[in-house]
Design a protein around this ligand. Structure first.
Ligand SMILES: Nc1ncnc2c1ncn2[C@@H]1O[C@H](COP(=O)(O)OP(=O)(O)OP(=O)(O)O)[C@@H](O)[C@H]1O
Ligand SMILES: [Mg+2]
Length: 465
């Protein structure tokens, strides 16, 4: 976490003590006979001689009743997350007594973000004074340094630091901008894990509130995902990796992608949108998945269209080296091995979501329980789902045309995307009735075309007999 400078103690304490007493004697004699300017010159000269400076620092350290803990931005060539949490915590200490602040608005139409901009910050914690300094070292490396009285060692290491870290992390989580990552073709990969993914800020407003589906089903999914989010202790206790798989299936336009967006916005998890068609082999797949971070949702959309995943697990696999490296082969087996093996052993707090249109097309191995923990069917629009859509789009709780729409919805298969299309209006004052009537017409057309189709099918069957 941070590096701790502890006070120096040892057997040679008496010896050091007498040396220091000697030095003090010399220093007080010099002070008595030399004017202040000369004293300063002397001190500067000492500072310039490394060995004397070191000695002076050591004496200072020995005599000082204070201890320091430093949180460096970079530790062992890697970014130090403890530094980030401390920095966020200190930045958020904004109140009317603060004199130096900085304001950020990194995106248009977002609120102004005020942060404390002091290089020294002092605060009281359980009656103990904590002094923070934000320093910039050579090569621009930044450090947050805490100074406190040594007698408060237990308070600092016992609870204060955990409090700072937790506060910092929870502020970071609240302010976190969700990102969506897309995999690049291996052609663009640079060395190590660079260039595997391209990211953009994720700014989709869909949430579980705007998601239109039957309320009981929505609550079931919501509570499952919230249990997962808060389930660290549970997963630790049962010895299972803290991961969850959701399989979303249903016709196009029924809200599979909308649900992924709602999940990401709820959890504030980044999305890794894995495009299987641009992956050449199992080795590339493994590399991509390993480089995903925790607190993320890995999405494989339309899995039934992206790959031939219908074959037997080992049937269509390749002969080649163990990892399928350099072979043009991305297989069902590769995906399953990853989900069962490395996936469960590396990283935590990850969700994997598969979406597909036809559940029956998929190999059972891929969707057996344990791999995909929850199967969620998203189907055509019901009246319950319609009521959520109409509230979102037209701000309506009831309307005389609802009865007619309810009975038409029972007889037709219309996607939520199609219903939503009909409910999009410019002016809520004048266009509501028109849009509901438009929906009724659309439902009637679908109803008749479905009836004609069914009749045609029926006649065909009779002819065949
Ligand atoms: N359940 C829903 N709640 C709210 N809006 C929805 C819902 N389903 C669909 N929509 C609307 O329809 C649009 C298309 O839906 P979405 O992309 O989620 O469908 P999909 O099931 O992922 O389709 P596909 O199988 O083609 O990928 C959404 O942008 C949204 O406007
Ligand atoms: Mg989709």
């Amino acid at each position: 976490m941070g590096s701790i400078v502890k006070p120096m103690f040892g057997n040679s304490l008496t010896m050091i003590g007498s040396n220091i007493a000697g030095l003090f004697f010399v220093w007080s004699t010099l002070k008595r006979y030399f004017p202040r300017q000369i004293q300063q010159l002397l001190l500067n000269a000492i500072q310039r001689v490394p060995i004397l400076k070191k000695l002076l620092d050591k004496i200072h350290d020995f005599l000082s009743p204070y201890a320091h803990i430093s949180f460096s931005e970079i530790e062992e060539c890697r970014f130090n997350f403890a530094y980030a949490a401390v920095k966020t915590y200190l930045g958020a200490k904004v109140n009317s007594g603060v004199k130096n602040l900085k304001g950020n608005q990194l995106k248009e139409n977002t609120s102004l973000d005020l942060k404390r901009d002091d290089v020294t910050i002092e605060e009281e914690y359980e009656g103990v004074t904590m002094c923070w300094e934000i320093l910039k070292c050579a090569k621009g490396k930044k450090i947050c340094k805490l100074t406190f009285h040594r007698s408060n060692w237990d308070v600092v290491t016992g609870s204060y630091l955990s409090y700072v870290m937790e506060e910092g992390r929870s502020i970071e989580a609240r302010k976190k901008k969700v990102k969506v990552y897309m995999n690049n073709p291996s052609l663009h990969w640079k060395h190590h894990t660079k260039g595997l993914w391209t990211s953009v800020d994720f700014e989709h407003p869909a949430t579980f509130d705007t998601l239109a589906m039957d309320i009981e089903k929505k609550d079931e999914i919501l509570s499952d995902i919230l249990d997962f989010r808060d389930g660290k202790e549970y997963y630790d206790r049962i010895g299972k990796a803290w991961k969850r798989g959701y399989l979303l299936f249903g016709p196009p336009g029924t809200g599979k992608s909308a649900m992924i967006v709602a999940m990401a916005n709820l959890m504030k998890y980044n999305i890794f949108d894995l495009e299987l068609t641009s992956i050449e082999n199992n080795w590339e797949l493994k590399k991509l998945l390993i480089s995903t971070t925790s607190k993320s949702i890995i999405v494989i959309e339309d899995i039934d269209c992206s790959l031939d995943l219908t074959g037997e697990r080992n049937g269509k696999d390749v002969k080649g080296d163990k990892e399928g490296k350099k072979k043009k082969t991305l297989t069902l087996s590769g995906l399953l091995n990853f989900i069962d093996g490395i996936w469960s052993a590396c990283g935590q707090e990850r969700i994997i979501v598969f979406t597909m249109n036809h559940l029956e097309k998929l190999n059972r191995a891929l969707i057996r329980r344990g791999r995909m923990d929850m199967h969620i069917e998203l189907s055509y629009c019901t009246f319950g789902a319609f009521k959520i859509l109409v509230k979102n789009y037209l701000n309506l709780d009831s309307h005389p045309l609802f009865g007619e729409i309810e009975s038409l919805l029972k007889e037709t298969k219309i996607t939520l995307a199609d219903v939503a299309e009909n409910l999009m209006v410019q002016d809520l004052q004048t266009e509501v009735d028109g849009s509901l009537n438009g929906l009724i017409r659309a439902l009637e057309i679908i109803k008749w075309s479905q009836k004609l189709k069914a009749d045609g099918q029926h006649n065909k069957e009779i002819t065949q007999i």
